[in-house]
Design a protein around this ligand. Sequence first.
Ligand code: ATP
Ligand code: MG
Length: 457
Amino acid sequence: MDNARIHPLLREIAAVFQNYGRDLYLVGGAVRDLCRGEKPQDWDLATNAPPEEVMTMFRRVIPTGIRHGTVTVHYKGQAVEVTTFRTESEYRDGRRPGKVEFAATIGEDLSRRDFTMNAIALRLPEGSPVDPFGGAADIKKRLIRCVGDPNERFSEDGLRPLRAVRFAATLGFSLDTAALDAVRPALTITAKVSPERIRDELDKILGAGAGSGAGRPSTAFRLMERTGLLDLLIPELAACRGVEQKGYHQFDVLDHSLLACDYASRERYPRQVILAALFHDLGKPATRKAGERGIWTFYQHEKESVRLCRKILTRLRYPNAVIDETCHLIGEHMFHYTEDWSGAAVRRFIIRVGEEHLENLYRLRQADTYAMAGLEPDPASLLPLIQRVDGALAGNRAFSLKDLAVSGKDLIEIGVKPGKHMGIILKELFETVVNDPSMNSREKLLEIAGKINERYL
Ligand code: ATP
Ligand code: MG
């Protein structure tokens, strides 16, 4: 273990605890990361001091979760969470501990933790390990193993199976067979877990490809499929298994979706793009029809994908802005650019997609292309379209009513009545300009507006 990576500030904080006659340990993900030779993201500390006492030890301490024994210590510009040793015995509703009791020893505290790799403590300041369940050896074996009996651990908290597959995906570890076998019997417990907790795990799964190691989201989804978690949590995705496509595609719809998701995660695309990559073809099972010469067609599948994606993300309590952009990208993912697109066609594409979504739509296309055969997409393949789009954006702007050389006020001045007629006229002017941006002058547009207006008078 690389103790040199223990932050010097943690040693200083530990000295304060020592002055109070209290013990302090580094615990959780940070210790796991140190064991793997990785730099920890955040620091979780455990102590035998009650939270009220920790509040008195430092000048700035925030009682972030004091009911559960957690306070946040701000020390020399760093924030660390300090949690009093706990035992958690009852998870009656499968959601959260029925009651929190403080424990006397680090050993007790470690024994309530989920996996052996998460149940190692380093005593501070020196960093000597406390590892009662062989967590360090499991990390070496790249194995996720439960602390104690997996069936018991999973029935206490139905989120743990999902945490297990999440860690498998982010760390590239495998799941111990006893733990794997314990997932299915606990599905009824997992079914009671709050959607917000499920969503937070799913988000971490989606980011699995962004690390330095062997992480990828598909590892989690394959384990979820195998254990019934996918049927429980995202049955719409599970339904894509066995939906063959042929043509340019090598894979069924599920494998294709997982590859697209892995690519988007690996490229560190925004979350909306990773979600869109995962869900862009959800509508294929319902829209598949046998076409000519036995080739499958999926006419307008993107519409059904949007519908199902919205259903899933709403169920999982994703923020509306994320849902809207993800669905928008999916709805637009079927564009087919060819050189013979007119300037107006390029402008219509920009208007339909929206300038601010173009980059993400290109990214989705790259992921989709990769996932057809698992081959790196040619970065040049989208260039012809991108160049046309950039050219259009740099030219005379005509992408929204705001870009028009005339406003509603100008129209009123030439005698157009506000209301429905004005709306019709503005739309007509906009169409004119989209077709031919050189028409976007005050003089020309007012002339056209005047003529249309006469028709309504
Ligand atoms: P990451 O921060 O990457 O999600 P982590 O291991 O730090 O990983 P946290 O959710 O921050 O995970 O939790 C910190 C520690 O608390 C874990 O390492 C584990 O020991 C314990 N823990 C968290 N959630 C649970 C749970 N549902 N059941 C049992 N122990 C848990
Ligand atoms: Mg953590």
